[in-house]
Design a protein around this ligand. Structure first.
Ligand code: CMC
Length: 456
């Protein structure tokens, strides 16, 4: 039974934490890091990873030394063990449950990947059919919930509407998503995966003052979403297979990325035992920022600004290097990747033929390719190991598919949803999980006496 997070869930994830703890504890005896504080020496166990960096377990630090660690942006901190995603930033490797992202993008569907992330194994044909059926069964949203979208101004950013609407699911399904109830969590998982495309499309239609298009359960996940976004209700809908394929690949590439900002937020919210819906809403809010998922919108706006400024790529690179200028090359750099982001590689390869087909000679793609070329040969970018990340080319494809820029981060959220759910569920099964509660290094005033208002 978890120490901090009591849970009655009993699916496959539970088995993982036991085997991992067992493996870790036997290996930990073999290796320790020694930390000397004054005349005290602490032997801190080093826990081995199956791949990648091992971890110094600092759990006894505060109790034994009275000290805490200071680690802005958690750059050196692993707040959890996880068996979901492996990322090697130096070598540009990304794997979900051991499977390379390149193979998954080539050969699976998004719902298959969602199943893999959440349950740990690829589904067999029967499991996949049952999983897909369940998700299709829950795509509709209630009439009262549809009216919720009408309360928002048409100029609202769809991320604001989507974050509120996902949080609103906990109001429409009260008591559901309760971490203590396995059946509840299962149902909330299905509902979220099924309804997020419906919610995202309703948020998009709201920006056009248009009524939502109801889900079409005969269509596949991506095709249904494209229909809810783009269909003219007075005309029959025909899915463009290339558009559905491009969207499928993008969703798969975004499906998980270990302990990034939004996923850590999901875990932090969930660590208080908040329900699954509101935890996802927290993740959506964190994703919206321009340094995280919001970068895809910023990249396209940057490319448009460079084009409007006469296409002067060198000027943008110059500005990005100027420490007195807050401008950054959006879509470049990553906390973990110090090499080409493998997702960006796949998206770039897909972007060129798609854009040529849909737009002919695409001027923004030309600027993006030139910018990449200049940046990758510039000593500043080379020395800082700043490579294009997932957001650099994804916006060009979203734009080619007909999405306005403000929908780009919503598409990222749709892709990331199974990863957030998988990470939340993994935490609920982790016997060592506790409420997230970091410490601080206090640098404020020492004690002082209150001064009455008339004496200040
Ligand atoms: N353009 C110019 N300089 C940059 C950039 C950039 N895009 N990114 C980092 N740097 C410089 C930064 O100025 C600093 O230089 P110095 O050491 O000389 O002061 C150095 O590189 C390290 O930057 P940092 O901000 O300390 O690195 P970080 O790991 O805290 O931040 C990042 C990572 C992704 C927030 C950052 O690279 C960035 O702001 N990139 C642009 C926004 C972006 O594309 N975000 C999407 C990230 S990938 C998808 C996702 O996570 O959602």
């Amino acid at each position: 039974m978890p120490r901090g997070l009591r849970s009655e869930l009993s699916r496959t994830e539970g088995q993982y934490s036991m085997t991992t703890s067992e493996r870790v504890s036997s290996a930990a005896e073999a290796q320790v890091a020694r930390l000397r504080v004054g005349d005290k020496e602490l032997a801190l166990p080093i826990e081995p990873a199956t791949e990648g960096q091992s971890a110094i377990n600092i759990a006894p630090l505060l109790k034994d030394t009275g000290l805490v660690t200071l680690d802005y942006g958690y750059a050196n901190t692993a707040p959890t063990r996880s068996a979901i995603t492996y990322l090697d930033g130096d070598n540009g490797i990304l794997r979900y449950r051991g499977y390379p992202i390149e193979e998954l993008a080539e050969s699976t569907t998004f719902l298959e990947v969602a199943y893999l992330l959440i349950y740990g194994e690829l589904p067999n044909a029967q499991q996949l059919a049952a999983w897909t059926d369940q998700i299709r069964h829950h795509t509709w949203i209630r009439l009262a919930y549809r009216q919720f979208f009408e309360a928002f101004p048409t100029e609202a950013h769809p991320m604001a509407v989507v974050a509120s609407a996902v949080s609103g699911l906990s109001a429409f399904y009260p008591g559901s998503g309760n971490p203590h109830d396995a059946a509840d969590v299962e149902l909330a998982t299905i509902r979220l995966l099924a309804k997020l495309p419906t919610i995202a499309a309703a948020a998009f239609r709201r920006t056009r003052s248009e009524a939502p298009v109801v889900p079409d359960d005969d269509l596949e996940y991506e095709a249904n979403f494209l229909k809810m976004i783009f269909a003219d209700p007075s005309k029959p809908w025909v899915t463009d297979p290339e558009a559905a394929h491009a969207l499928r690949v993008l969703l798969i590439l975004h499906a998980d990325h270990e302990q990034n900002c939004s996923t850590s937020t999901v875990r932090m919210v969930g660590s208080s035992l908040a329900n699954l819906y509101v935890s996802m809403s927290g993740g959506i809010a964190a994703l919206w920022g321009p340094l995280h998922g919001g970068a895809n919108q910023e990249v396209l706006e940057m490319l448009e600004a460079i084009a409007a400024d006469g296409g002067d790529v060198a000027k943008a690179v110059r500005r990005a290097k100027d420490k007195d200028d807050p401008f950054r090359l959006m879509g470049f750099g990553h906390r973990v990747y110090k090499n080409y982001d493998p997702r960006a590689k796949i998206i770039k390869a897909a972007a060129e033929p798609l854009l040529m087909k849909m737009h002919g000679d695409d001027h923004l793609l030309r600027i993006a390719l030139e910018l990449e070329q200049v940046a990758l040969s510039d000593p500043y970018f080379v020395d800082h190991k700043l490579y294009p990340n997932v957001d650099f080319y994804s916006g060009l494809i979203y734009r080619a598919l007909g999405f306005p820029t403000e929908m780009f981060t919503v598409l990222f959220a749709m892709g990331r949803l199974p990863g957030w759910i998988a990470q939340w569920r993994e935490m609920m099964h982790d016997p060592q999980a506790r409420i997230g509660r970091p410490r601080q290094l206090y640098v404020g005033q020492p004690r002082r006496s209150f001064v009455p208002l008339d004496q200040r």
